[in-house]
Design a protein around this ligand. Structure first.
Ligand code: AMP
Length: 551
């Protein structure tokens, strides 16, 4: 027997409709690519997005067609998203930090017909236009005057200014009306093996993810919040903020191309931001800027940090110096992205700040709609004892079931769980902790050493700016840890200082066999430490503990 409730497909156009109908005058503030701060409202955004939808329909865009965006976080980027998604086309977000070859591969693989882009990326498109045969049109998120300054006559064939399209088209356009399982967004993961693979979100998965992230133990956003969305729209949907903020009518602040400490601080203060989300490196830059300039934070209350593990120093600095609560989160492109958060349970909230710290450093517990399990290499379940490592597997209505065009084949186990490629523990309180990527874990004498745990502790050394740990070949143990440290500007240090700092904080046999000070720790396209590149750089590195060079 079926239920008798209304059939109301969960399509994301309804989210912006809600914002425009009930929070019409709430602002979306952007530091524009052209420079000035631009203010617009949810009501205006819907009207402008519908005009863009009509432009797309006029260009022959049909449901299921891929339309890409290569753009910073801005109100115009939001308009492009809803314009595409509202008519059942697929919004393919392109990460500008990828190499040109990867971007071209992704655009061709997705068969994008149109690309919305910022002025910033016009040179890339001019240079690579001939490699993108499926792309019929490029729409630059700007006005005609600015477009003229960058698009060299004829060089970017078919380029149009979004503002001209908005002026030329009417705002009457019917959105939605299709099945909630319709594809809505496409985002490729920066795969470490093989080509990048596309995660194809549906309207339903994005809608459900929005509802789940709005729970108070997840992002807990409210109409009274002002949200600075630093996390980019081109990486895992800005962690859903461009859906969840309009869903509750929160004021949204978009940093555009500027994510340095000074620019972020200025927006936090001038716009009265209460909540923000970003990867640790952004917060490191902000904290460094505030220390240098003796700046304060007057409105910010909570930041969600994820994408890579949050160093203790960041949690302490926010808490002790600025009274801001840090919530550590874990997720991935394949999980829409939020999977777990370190929100305290009442028992943990009752502890002192120092006693809470071990839990704050963990990636946390799943909300309803996310199921987790830990297994060994053969699928056997590992206990939730806080010490047994296992492969982290995940299941739920906003978790990828397969990759776009079936790349990589079947990705679920017999019970429908997706293998995240992360290695983790889960403690008896249910807090999951990532101990490594399966491919980064250091296998020493048949046992696993967590590279992330060592680097997090090392990064807390007062002289450290960034730390990375990789496994280096060892004749006796297979692999042993090598610690690389980038020191803060002007600092000098001896390896022994770092080994001493780690002593007592990690198991003796986890102690790195060597410490090397480096000028640069490379970050990948999504702001994470690029271990693959580091491993290449240190290939054949001879550890002092290795008696013979191993080829
Ligand atoms: P991406 O799909 O590019 O967002 O990358 C997802 C991966 O980032 C995860 O599988 C983890 O390896 C890593 N990651 C995300 N959040 C965290 C976190 N809080 N701590 C440690 N690793 C994380």
């Amino acid at each position: 027997m079926l239920g008798l409730m209304q059939d109301w497909p969960l399509t994301v156009d309804k989210i912006l409709d809600h914002a425009a109908d009930w929070h019409a005058n709430r602002e979306v503030v952007t530091r524009s690519v052209e420079g000035p701060i631009v203010r617009i409202t949810y009501g205006e955004i819907r009207d402008r997005a519908k005009r863009l939808s009509n432009a797309l329909l006029g260009f022959g865009v049909r449901p299921g067609d891929r339309v890409a965006t290569l753009a910073w976080n801005s109100a115009r980027h939001i308009e492009a998203w809803y314009a595409i998604m509202g008519i059942g086309a697929v919004c393919h977000t392109l990460n500008p930090r990828l190499f040109a070859d990867q971007l071209c591969y992704i655009i061709n693989h997705a068969q994008d017909r149109i690309i919305f882009t910022d002025l910033t990326f016009v040179p890339f498109l001019i240079e690579n236009r001939h490699r993108l045969p499926t792309v019929e049109r490029i729409i630059v998120l700007t006005d005609a005057d600015h477009l003229r300054t960058v698009a060299i006559e004829g060089a970017l064939e078919g380029a149009l200014a979004s503002e001209s399209l908005i002026d030329e088209n009417g705002g009457d356009c019917a959105w939605g009306g299709f099945n909630e399982q319709t594809a809505c967004g496409l985002c490729y993961t920066s795969g470490t093996t093989g080509h990048p693979k596309g995660v194809l979100y549906s309207h339903r998965s994005n809608f459900l993810h929005t509802l789940v992230t709005l729970q108070s133990d997840v992002m807990g956003l409210s109409v009274r919040d002002t949200v600075l969305a630093v996390v980019p729209m081109f990486h895992a949907n800005a962690w859903g903020l461009t859906f969840s903020c309009p869903a509750v009518g929160a004021k949204l602040v978009m940093p555009g191309p500027k994510m340095d400490g000074a620019s972020i601080h200025e927006l936090l203060e001038t716009e009265g931001v209460t909540f923000s989300a970003a990867v640790p490196t952004v917060w490191q830059m902000l904290l460094a800027h505030m220390r240098e300039t003796k700046a304060t934070l007057t409105t910010l209350k909570r930041v969600v940090i994820g994408g890579s593990a949050v160093p203790e120093a960041i949690i302490r600095a926010f808490h002790d110096d600025y009274g801001v609560e840090v919530v550590h989160a874990w997720g991935m492109t394949e999980t829409s992205p939020l999977g777990t958060l370190s929100t305290p349970t009442p028992e943990i909230a009752a502890l002192s700040f120092d006693e809470q710290m071990p839990y704050k450093l963990k990636q946390g517990r799943p909300p309803v709609g996310v199921q987790l399990k830990l297994t060994d290499d053969h699928g056997g379940l590992k206990p939730r004892d806080g010490t047994s490592f296992g492969r982290l597997k995940i299941r739920g209505p906003f978790i990828a079931g397969e990759y776009f065009k079936g790349e990589g084949g079947g990705i679920l186990d017999d019970d429908g769980y997706f293998d995240t490629g992360d290695v983790a523990t889960i403690d008896p309180v249910g807090y999951m902790q990532i101990t490594d990527r399966a491919k980064d874990v250091i296998k020493s004498g048949g046992e696993w050493i967590s590279s992330i745990e060592i680097e997090n502790i090392a990064a807390g050394h007062p002289k450290a700016f960034l730390a990375a740990v990789i496994g280096v070949t060892h004749p006796k143990w297979d692999e042993r840890p090598l610690l690389l440290v980038k020191l803060k500007d002007g600092e000098t240090a001896e390896p022994a200082e770092f080994l001493h700092f780690l002593d007592g904080k990690i198991a003796k046999w986890w102690m790195p066999d060597d410490v090397v000070f480096v000028d640069d720790i490379p970050l990948g396209a999504t702001g994470k430490i690029d271990k693959k590149l580091i491993r290449q750089r240190f290939e054949g590195y001879l550890l002092p503990t290795a008696t013979a060079r191993v080829i």
